[in-house]
Ligand binder design. Structure first.
Ligand SMILES: [Fe+2]
Ligand SMILES: [Fe+2]
Length: 364
């Protein structure tokens, strides 16, 4: 009684376990065709050629008549630009309302033939780019302009930095609360990223792209932020937990989802909520099964269990690498998605190397 398995199957404390996945076929990436660059003959004097800002020039039909070199860098791997229609290429990067306003600016002279706003561009093998966009007249003919400039200001890094700094604060707060996990959370980032990268390479799973890999490599660390809401006496209790205490511990998944629910990327919430679900539907909090469990959470669960097993905890000795891998492989189809274990097994040596290089000092 009362002696409930705080960590029977995987002593990963309340941290380890979870997963699921899905396989989809990845569409073959189409290598961008890049015809020989022909100088745009119509443009006599072009002040944008050497600009560090990516600049396009459009004619009044919104056909791209020039793209400077900075454009080629920003949109590498996207598409060849000159000679194509701006909306055909970038239409999907704007809100529909914005597309209409851009058209009105160019064709009707709305807002003095100018427009500014945001665009988000994405290709499968590159992370999303977020840019501010400015469109304005590029020739001297203010009454009846025939050329327009579009300048892109890449704010991807700025935005990401801002967002991440907010979440770093949250992580720091949770570390104060649960201070015996040391570098665990940053190691889990590394393992999760490795599994995602490898899964992408091996299966081309359509749910994984450059953004997924980048995001999971940061958001995996958030899996236990919900422990901020767990009472200290339960969180730090040594020895077996009562059934009731165990129930309280499990609440950290829902608390985490609640805390992260405003994060623009739902992956943060998915990981916090579902990293203790199990492939066969015996996990918590919702007993999700198989691919009902978000892929990100399936991945983090393997990473989390690996690290939790390696660490020394008050209720368990540290497991060596080999034994840890074996233990995880025993969870094939029960705790873990078999496809993900197929990916994990051959790269597990990387996990060991990373753990050894980044282990917490107090555990020799
Ligand atoms: Fe957890
Ligand atoms: Fe953990």
């Amino acid at each position: 009684m009362g002696n409930h398995k705080k960590s029977i199957e995987f002593p990963g404390d309340e941290e380890a376990e979870v997963l699921e996945i899905t396989e989809e076929e990845a569409p073959e990436a189409i290598p961008p065709k890049r015809p020989e660059r022909k100088p745009a003959k119509r443009i006599q004097f072009n002040p944008f050629i050497n600009s560090i800002f990516p600049v396009l020039l459009l004619d009044k039909n919104m056909k791209i008549i020039f793209a400077n070199r900075a454009c080629e860098n920003l949109f590498t791997g996207f598409f060849y630009l000159e000679g194509r229609y701006f909306i055909d290429i970038f239409g999907g990067s704007f809100e529909i309302e914005d597309v209409r306003n851009i058209r009105d600016a160019v064709t009707l002279g709305a807002n003095g033939y100018s427009w500014k706003g945001m665009a988000r561009m994405k290709s499968r093998d590159m992370a999303t780019i977020e840019t501010r966009v400015y469109l304005f007249i590029a020739d001297m003919n203010i009454k009846n302009p025939s050329e327009f400039a579009v300048i892109f200001d890449d704010v991807t890094l700025e935005n990401r930095r801002l967002l991440r700094s907010v979440f770093m604060s949250l992580l720091e707060a949770s570390k104060l609360k649960d201070n015996n996990t040391g570098k665990h959370i940053t190691r889990v980032n590394f393992y999760s990223r490795r599994i995602a990268e490898e899964f992408f390479k091996s299966s081309g799973n359509a749910r994984i792209d450059a953004d997924f890999i980048d995001n999971i490599g940061f958001l995996a660390s958030m899996h236990d932020v919900g422990k901020i809401g767990t009472p200290d006496d339960i969180l730090n209790k040594e020895g077996p937990l009562s059934k009731w205490e165990w129930t309280i511990i499990q609440e950290h998944t829902k608390n985490g989802a609640f805390i992260l629910s405003t994060y623009p990327n739902p992956m943060a919430k998915d990981i916090a909520l579902s990293h203790h679900e199990k492939w066969n539907g015996t996990g918590y909090p919702f007993q999700l099964e198989g691919d009902m469990i978000p892929l990100s959470a399936q991945i983090v669960s393997i990473a989390d269990v690996y690290d939790a097993l390696r660490m020394e905890r008050s209720y368990k000795p540290p497991f060596p690498h080999r034994a840890t891998v074996e233990k995880i492989m025993e969870g094939r189809g029960t705790q873990f998605n078999p496809l993900l274990l197929d990916v994990f097994y051959p790269i597990a040596v990387d996990f060991n190397a990373h753990y050894e290089e980044n282990k917490d000092k107090k555990h020799g």
